[in-house]
Design a protein around this ligand. Structure first.
Ligand code: SAM
Length: 349
């Protein structure tokens, strides 16, 4: 496996910021209100989602709680190291048209629009998309196409919406891919090998020579130590957030599922000033997210299988870095970059 060269740009702090700024709170309040309004407007989603007759993976964000506080949790903007690495990598590969397949509330997509990329973004969750759509409207952001699509049915859903393959890059960031179970039953139909199916759909959306950038948490470390590495280059929480972790194991003792229970503390004085009652405890927000762990070696094997590279081919165009650095001990995240072979047909089915 080839390691990536580091980017020698400004490196921001890894330490989550807990400065409890009221301006941030107001943004969250707005987002929470928007999420609630979005629930009332549900029928209007059909305007931008033509996927309603396609079965969907379970949406873990469907109650809107995580969506309403997501950008207070991860920060409205990415840290410089994340931003610089992503933009540099996309430009190095000549990317102009980018598909963000896990846009969530749109943090990465907005950042890339600002940097001059033409963005198409999609996500499973209408609650997360509602926040992205609201921000797009409020900030009058051009050249940002937002869709609803499930990775398992990505190509058919996007094609139905008139979004054709041929992207220079597909990105799937924020530990999103680990939400997807490998097997699931939807409307009585069982779908197996969903990981391969989803990555294969990402590959199909690329032009020959295009790249997939996809990350996952360092689950090797998490499973071994029963906790996450202490640093986190991804998130800059506005408020203190506790995360309780529980592990599901199979009969052999292998971890099959990891459940994170988030408790975000919102200062009472901020609550009083804004007269916002987030929940009955008045200063806590809680939400749960479930992840299916990917390990570094098996994830690379998966990418090789789907992109048709021999497992032992050292010249295959796959790279991986930890926390956007070439050499790092116990990174919080692994980020993979894989190039679609140039001889492939552009419009595979
Ligand atoms: C942890 S959030 C990250 C969002 C964004 N990339 C970020 O870093 O802020 C994970 C996102 O993946 C989306 N997601 C999970 N499973 C999905 C699927 N099967 N198809 C499309 N999106 C999915 C969720 O709806 C959620 O918005």
């Amino acid at each position: 496996m080839r390691r990536m060269a580091p980017i020698h740009d400004q490196v921001a702090s890894n330490i989550p910021v807990a400065n409890q700024k009221e301006s941030n709170f107001l943004k969250v309040k707005q987002a929470a209100q928007e999420a609630r309004k979005a629930e009332a407007r549900k029928s209007s989603y059909s305007n931008y989602s033509s996927s309603s007759n396609i079965a969907k993976t379970e949406d873990q964000y469907s109650n809107g709680v995580a969506a309403s506080v997501w950008e207070a949790y991860i920060g409205e903007n990415r840290e410089n190291r994340y931003r610089n690495w992503l933009i540099h990598t996309l430009r190095k590969h000549g990317a102009k048209r980018v598909l963000d397949v896990a846009c969530g509330t749109g943090v990465d997509s907005r950042m890339l629009v600002d940097a001059g990329f033409s963005m198409t973004s999609c996500d499973l969750s209408d609650k997360m998309l509602a926040v992205a759509k609201e921000t797009k409207q409020r900030k009058n952001i051009k050249d940002w196409d937002i869709r609803q699509a499930d990775w398992v049915f990505l190509t058919e859903t996007l094609e139905k919406d008139g979004v054709l393959p041929g992207f220079d890059a597909v990105i799937c960031m924020g530990n999103s891919f680990a939400h997807l179970p490998n097997e699931m039953t939807i409307d009585g139909v069982t779908y197996k090998n969903c990981h391969e199916r989803a990555i294969s759909n990402f590959r199909k959306m690329l032009r020959p020579g295009g790249i997939l950038i996809i990350d996952h948490r360092n689950f090797d470390y998490i499973v071994k130590h029963q906790k996450s590495p202490s640093k986190n280059v991804y998130y800059q929480s506005s408020w203190p957030t506790d995360v309780d972790t529980t592990f599901d194991r199979n009969g052999d003792g292998a971890v099959t599922k990891i459940k994170l229970h988030y408790t975000m503390t919102v200062p009472l004085e901020v609550q009083r000033k804004t007269k916002m009652d987030l929940d009955e405890s008045h200063n806590k927000i809680t939400f749960d997210l479930t992840y299916f762990p990917h390990y570094l070696s098996t994830f690379e094997q998966l990418l090789r299988r789907v992109f048709n590279y021999e497992q032992d081919d050292e010249t295959a165009p796959l790279q991986v870095c930890g926390d956007f650095q070439a050499e790092v001990v116990d990174p919080a995240y692994f980020i993979h970059v894989v190039t679609k072979e140039r001889t492939a047909e552009t419009c595979e089915r």
